[in-house]
Design a protein around this ligand. Structure first.
Ligand SMILES: [Ca+2]
Ligand SMILES: [Ca+2]
Length: 397
């Protein structure tokens, strides 16, 4: 098979699927085309190939081998070349996939329908030929033998940043270059105006402490705004009073909830003895004995006691003895009237009776008293009588 026959056969094989399957390219932005194109950088040039792996707008060389193109002995390159590896693309396969023509295909899909370079030099239902001076990102420029994806605007020298499957010894490269007069421009159809540049981010404030974010997606459209949220003031350490909450639950923390400053109530906890309404039922220190630590044995001033929560503090309260010990040395005979036969306290009793009854009155004296006591009482009576007689005589004179 001659080289010309080989080229014709390969071209027919390449064109056949494209002729058999015709579908419009997707509605998308030029930036989406550029994103797809930049993801091919670094993969190998593969004659007849049109697939690579991407991670967003970047090549995924970690998960996909870029392949290796080697010119056969005596040749300068493809199509007389050998390729090792699954992934890689030639120039027209690369632009066909970047443009998603004739059908939308993942860049990872190999052996799918595509076009040849020369196809891009004339009008087509999927693209229009444009002046080279009008080239902008997302367009292509093609000669009869090569096609290149434009990813940048013309610089002051008329050069553009491009991505192209440059050749067997180069692979797919990204560079800035000019074009000879052999090239013409082409712009794909079904392009939509961009809302934003893919990857661009935007944010705006919301509520009184929050913010929202959105990102420009690959299709050149903004993603929906994110949920409104923000950081808690002073790291959620700012204190506040939670309205309608009782006890410890009223001691709140100022948080940013859904973008609004909110006093988050405290959490009820087990009631303990601390002078605080821990369980938030409106009553201070009303827990169970177990939770309060009450009713346990303790000692205070060498007396046994029980723990008790008083004014927020656990104290040891002495136990009161309900049946105190009787007098250890009780009077065995508590009768207040001593034995009348005893002589021991007779004088004292007698004197008391005298003072109470007055002089001359001896009633109540015990008959058992000594006769000397009777004589003494008689003498005392006589002395009193003589005194009263003498006083009466004096008053009558
Ligand atoms: Ca309580
Ligand atoms: Ca408490």
């Amino acid at each position: 098979m001659t080289r010309a026959t080989l080229r014709f056969t390969l071209s027919l094989a390449i064109l056949w699927p494209a002729l058999a399957i015709l579908a419009a390219p997707p509605q998308e932005s030029p930036e989406a085309i550029v994103c797809r194109g930049t993801s091919g950088e670094g993969f190998s040039y593969k004659w007849g190939g049109e697939c690579w792996c991407r991670d967003g707008c970047a090549p995924d060389l970690a998960n996909c081998s870029p392949g290796q193109c080697t010119p056969n002995p005596g040749s300068s390159g493809c199509p007389d070349c050998t390729h090792q590896g699954t992934y890689g693309a030639d120039c027209s396969g690369f632009v066909s996939k970047a443009w998603q023509v004739p059908n939308p295909r993942p860049v990872e899909a190999c052996n799918v329908d595509r076009y040849r370079a020369v196809n891009f030099t004339s009008n087509h239902s999927y693209w229009n030929v444009i002046p080279m001076s009008s080239l902008r990102p997302g367009d292509a420029t093609a000669s009869s033998t090569h096609v290149i994806l434009i990813i940048g605007h013309a610089n002051s020298h008329g050069a553009h940043e491009v991505v192209e499957a440059k050749g067997c010894n180069y692979g797919i490269v990204r560079q800035v270059r000019n074009f000879s007069s052999a090239y013409s421009g082409a712009r794909r159809v079904n392009l939509v105006e961009c809302e934003c540049a893919p990857g661009e981010e935007e944010s705006r404030p919301c509520g009184d402490c929050g913010s929202q974010h959105r990102q420009c997606m690959e299709d050149c459209r903004w993603s929906p705004w994110s949920f409104c949220e923000g950081p808690d003031p002073t790291g959620a350490e700012a204190e506040c009073t939670a309205e309608g909450e009782l006890g410890a639950c009223a001691d709140g923390r100022l948080l940013c909830v859904a973008g609004w400053l909110t006093c988050q109530p405290g959490t009820p906890t087990t009631e303990v003895c601390d002078g605080v309404d821990n369980d938030c039922d409106g009553i201070v220190d009303n827990g169970t004995p177990e939770s309060m630590g009450e009713g346990y044995d303790c000692t205070t001033e060498d007396r046994m006691g029980l723990t008790q929560c008083i004014d927020g503090e656990l104290v040891c309260v002495e136990i009161e003895d309900p049946d105190p010990d009787p007098d250890p040395d009780p009077d065995p005979d508590p009768d207040p009237d001593p034995d009348p036969g005893s002589n021991g306290d007779e004088p004292a009793q007698m004197m008391m009776e005298i003072d109470a009854l007055g002089v001359g009155c001896s009633c109540g004296v015990s008959e058992s008293k000594s006769p000397l006591w009777g004589l003494a009482l008689l003498l005392l009576g006589l002395w009193g009588y003589s005194r009263r007689t003498a006083r009466a005589s004096y008053l009558s004179e």
